[in-house]
Design a protein around this ligand. Structure first.
Ligand code: SF4
Ligand code: SF4
Length: 377
């Protein structure tokens, strides 16, 4: 196992993500405890010392099962991370109640790592409204009294959201968990987000390194290109090698669902094998081709924006469209759109096409927005 230094601690570079534990009869809320405990045992025996759970994972059962699994080990032999579920507005006023319950569920007296969960367009105002909800003040108090050892945040929001959060709380944030992989390096502005965090010396924790499994298997022509470069490297390992090549990436979380995935990840993380320049170029070239299917080639030049009578933020809407189409649905686009007033959503497009006259990429913006509206229902 490779280890990374974090404030003098040795963290396993592979973290055990407890959001896709084995379940019974395909029911996400019914964790197969025996299988999950066995996986934790294998992970511990092979040097994984970081375990990431959250209030909402597996219908609120992940923390309970991880508590059972980890309580069989000395408290100083693992680091456990969980998160405040601010993605749900009904939780905003309950930080103390939830925090206390999380300690009980996990059976610990303190959390090694604690995060503001999923900072995004929908909850940034609540997270920053300390007078009303007091989330930040409460968590800072827990840090001072030792019940949180390290405080950070996870973020699915856009660059402006990340910037706002950092402007407000960046000085207190010790790490940031991002969705990062070789597709999202450009697709979700991963590269720019990492650069922004680097400026503030905040190390990166990675979630979705395989983009929900999509990078575990590629089209045959892409697999052949990669295998020609490294015949012995498995295809999923390329996603991890890509992340190992980014200096500020400290923790890579993988939500493993069975023994086989865990065993394969353990092999990958036995060695640090960064990509060289040529390999990186090929991989990012493949990512570009994968992303071009079904998405629109908006470059965010903003030429169209001043031509829109509705003053829609067209490039942002198209970026969300791309996310939604590529992911095949998912929560990110609906979540971001829910934070916009109705008159700024795709449905507000008048189909006047004046934006299309100035688009250098010749995108049929009116059609794309109509399609987006239809997809969102
Ligand atoms: S077609 Fe829609 S997006 Fe384009 S200028 Fe007209 S209202 Fe704005
Ligand atoms: S003009 Fe075209 S490429 Fe530029 S931001 Fe608008 S839609 Fe995107």
């Amino acid at each position: 196992m490779i280890y990374k230094d974090f404030q003098g601690m040795k963290l396993s570079a592979l973290g055990f993500g407890a959001m896709r534990l084995p379940v019974i009869d395909g029911d996400d809320g019914r964790i197969d405890e025996a299988a999950a405990l066995r996986m934790v045992d294998t992970a511990m025996q092979n040097g994984i010392n970081y375990y990431d759970t959250a209030w909402g994972y597996h219908g609120e059962n992940s923390e309970l099962v991880m508590g059972k699994a980890l309580s069989r080990y000395p408290r100083d032999s693992f680091y456990v991370a969980t998160k405040f579920p601010g993605y749900d507005p009904s939780n905003w006023g309950k930080v103390e109640e939830i925090f206390e319950r999380q300690l009980e569920k996990l059976g610990v007296e303190y959390f090694d790592f604690y995060l503001f969960h999923n900072v995004c367009e929908m909850n940034i105002d609540a997270y920053l409204d300390d007078e009303k909800y007091g989330i930040y003040s409460y968590l800072m108090k827990q840090k001072q009294n030792g019940r949180i050892r390290h405080l950070g945040f996870s973020c699915h929001g856009s660059m402006p959201v990340l910037q706002r959060f950092l402007d407000a709380y960046g000085k207190d944030m010790e790490f940031c968990q991002l969705q990062l992989n070789y597709l999202d390096w450009t697709f979700q502005n991963g590269k720019d987000k990492v650069a922004l965090l680097d400026q503030q010396h905040i190390p990166v924790w990675v979630m979705e390194p395989l983009r929900g499994g999509r990078l575990a298997k590629l089209a045959p022509e892409y697999e052949a290109q990669l295998t020609a470069l490294r015949p012995d490297e498995e295809i999923p390992a390329w996603a991890f090698r890509f992340l190992q090549s980014i200096p500020s990436v400290t923790m890579i979380l993988s939500g493993m669902s069975n023994d086989e995935q865990l065993e394969k990840n353990l092999v990958t993380f036995a060695e640090d094998k960064k990509l060289n320049e040529a390999e990186m170029k090929v991989l990012l070239g493949i990512a570009e081709k994968m992303l071009s299917v079904g998405t629109v080639p908006c470059t965010a030049c903003h030429y169209c924006v001043s031509h829109c009578p509705q003053e829609l933020n067209i490039p942002d809407l198209l970026a969300l469209y791309n996310e939604h189409v590529y992911t095949g649905g998912g929560f990110i686009a609906p979540m971001a759109l829910s934070a916009l007033p109705e008159e700024k959503r795709p449905q507000a497009c008048l189909q006047c096409r004046s934006c299309e006259e100035v688009c250098p990429q010749q995108i049929k913006i009116s059609e794309v927005l109509a399609d987006f509206s239809a997809k969102l229902g």
